[in-house]
Design a protein around this ligand. Structure first.
Ligand code: TRP
Ligand code: ZN
Length: 489
């Protein structure tokens, strides 16, 4: 019976029409001859989160608590993958359907609390719509299992010449094939069904099975490794603190894992485990930058408060791509293996990975703080810092400027987000002494990591914490259409 229902639902073009209508309120669709379908009203109520830049992402009212992922990378370097993910979900409003972001592999099977559930996977729209036996209600938990296999989906980056999401690096010369994730802003949906929005961070358990000779690395703390058939191995990682989906790192390569001394800058003085992953054959000059990681953690924890996770390090990748602040394991291209970039990605562990965005238009709250960390690091190394700030101001003056909250995709990672964002923080800093500024940064992290943040939150916090002068300075830097005057004490 279930099986029958299942195939009917999957073939139903009416359900396709309904899925396409998802999010369009007030329209009615009329499914015919699909007796097992729930009433149309129940199917058309899946509303996306309503991101101002990416209006189709996510599902409003859905709260994913945990993704428990079993991934099999049978042939590293290719885009095929297979796996099973169990999502532990709850809701903040009754949800008659679940609508996950998923561009990726074919869906083989969906289960709701272990029982087969009707679903429709629209790979073009990138939505996997699942029909629960009854609506998911606030205060209740459900476990939803999705089994998938095939080629990862493709998501061109909104403004860089790359595809985000599951990366396939083919074997070349004496370099073996490799894979890794590079998902900002919405690439995780190329290989995993997710609520792909930073306002719904979740914990992750990630098990990755790879062939003989390969190593997997992922966000979180590594658990015991287990033998798999044919000499393969299964690596397990526990990411116990919630992180946004785009910050999930998964790497498959022939790695050398290098452990370093733990750094006691975690929550309540706990140890932060230190490990880096270098592709076999990585040159010494590439590795050199990473010897500073422990010191970077100490300097940044002094300014921002305890490092939020239980482990930190980098996984080095060979393609020329931008570095990314993947949680507990920054993704660092060989070509960006320098201290400045490492400081930047490390700072994102607080700003972006722990403190998450309410909306992609607020991304300067990630990039401005991470860029500002570059100055804090330079000053901790004994540099005056003045040159850096002057350099930023000159750079901002040479580019188009705009208020800090972005209004288009093209603006997300522009000079304003990074440089004007950093200058805005400097404009706050010059209104107070460094002890007050440190308390301000620490207070922002400590007070706001439990819910997604906005510029309005930071403005209000700045006024209450530091007073009217600081508040007005930030407001000018956040909102003025022109570049404000150089920030000086
Ligand atoms: N957040 C990254 C940084 O500044 C930059 C970035 C934006 C990125 N989009 C990306 C990196 C896509 C890799 C892929 O550190
Ligand atoms: Zn950044």
């Amino acid at each position: 019976m279930t099986r029958f229902t299942f195939s009917l639902v999957r073939r139903s073009s009416s359900l396709l029409a309904l899925a396409l209508l998802a999010g369009t309120q007030g329209q009615t669709a009329t499914p015919t001859a699909v007796p097992t379908l729930p009433p149309p009203s129940a199917l058309i109520t899946a509303q996306p989160i309503g991101d101002s830049i990416f209006p189709a992402l996510g599902q409003a009212g859905l709260d994913v608590l945990n993704y428990d992922l079993d991934l099999f990378v049978d042939r590293p370097g290719r885009s095929e993958l297979r796996g099973t993910v169990v999502l532990t979900v709850t809701a903040t409003q009754p949800l008659p359907v679940l609508s996950l972001d998923f561009l990726g592999p074919q869906v083989l099977d969906v289960r709701w609390e272990g029982l087969p559930a009707p679903y429709r996977h629209d790979q073009t729209a990138g939505k996997l719509t699942i029909q629960p036996p009854q609506p998911l209600r606030p205060g209740t938990l459900a476990r939803v299992t999705v089994r998938f296999a095939g080629k990862a989906g493709v998501r061109p980056d909104p403004d860089l010449p790359i595809d985000v999401g599951w990366q396939a690096v083919p074997a070349q010369g004496d370099r073996v094939g490799a894979n890794f994730t590079l998902s900002e802003p919405d690439g995780t949906r190329t290989f995993l069904p997710v609520n792909d929005h930073p306002s719904d961070p979740a914990t992750f358990t990630t098990r990755v099975t790879v062939p003989a000779g390969y190593t997997a690395a992922a966000s979180g703390v590594e658990r015991a490794e287990v033998a798999a058939p044919d000499g393969g191995r299964t690596f397990t990682f526990e990411q116990a603190q919630p992180i946004p989906t785009y910050t999930l790192a998964i790497h498959v390569n022939q790695f050398e894992r290098v452990d370093a001394a733990a750094v006691p800058v975690g929550v309540a003085g706990s140890d932060v485990l230190r490990r880096d992953y270098f592709p076999v054959g990585t040159q010494a000059d590439t590795r050199a930058a990473y010897t500073s990681t422990g010191e970077i953690l100490k300097v940044l924890a002094e300014w921002f408060g305890p490092y939020p996770f239980s482990a930190y390090g980098s996984a080095i990748v060979t393609p020329r791509v931008p570095a990314l602040e993947t949680a507990t394991l920054s993704t660092m291209p060989v070509t960006s293996s320098n201290t400045r970039v490492l400081v930047h990605e490390t700072a994102h562990q607080w700003f972006g990975d722990q403190l998450t965005l309410a909306d992609w238009s607020e991304v300067w709250l990630n990039e401005g703080f991470a860029t500002y960390a570059e100055l804090l690091w330079a000053q901790a190394q004994g540099e005056a810092g003045e040159d850096i700030v002057r350099g930023w101001y000159a750079r901002a003056g040479r580019s188009q400027t705009r208020p800090l909250v972005a209004t288009s995709e093209a603006q997300l990672f522009d000079t304003t987000a990074y440089i004007r964002g950093a200058l805005a923080l400097h404009a706050v800093r010059v209104t107070v002494d460094d002890a007050a500024f440190k308390g301000y940064l620490r207070g922002w992290v400590a007070g706001f990591h439990n819910r997604p943040v906005t510029t309005a939150d930071l403005l209000a916090y700045t006024r209450t914490r530091l007073g009217a002068t600081a508040g007005a300075a930030l407001r000018l830097w956040a909102e003025s259409p022109e570049l404000p005057p150089f920030p000086q004490r």
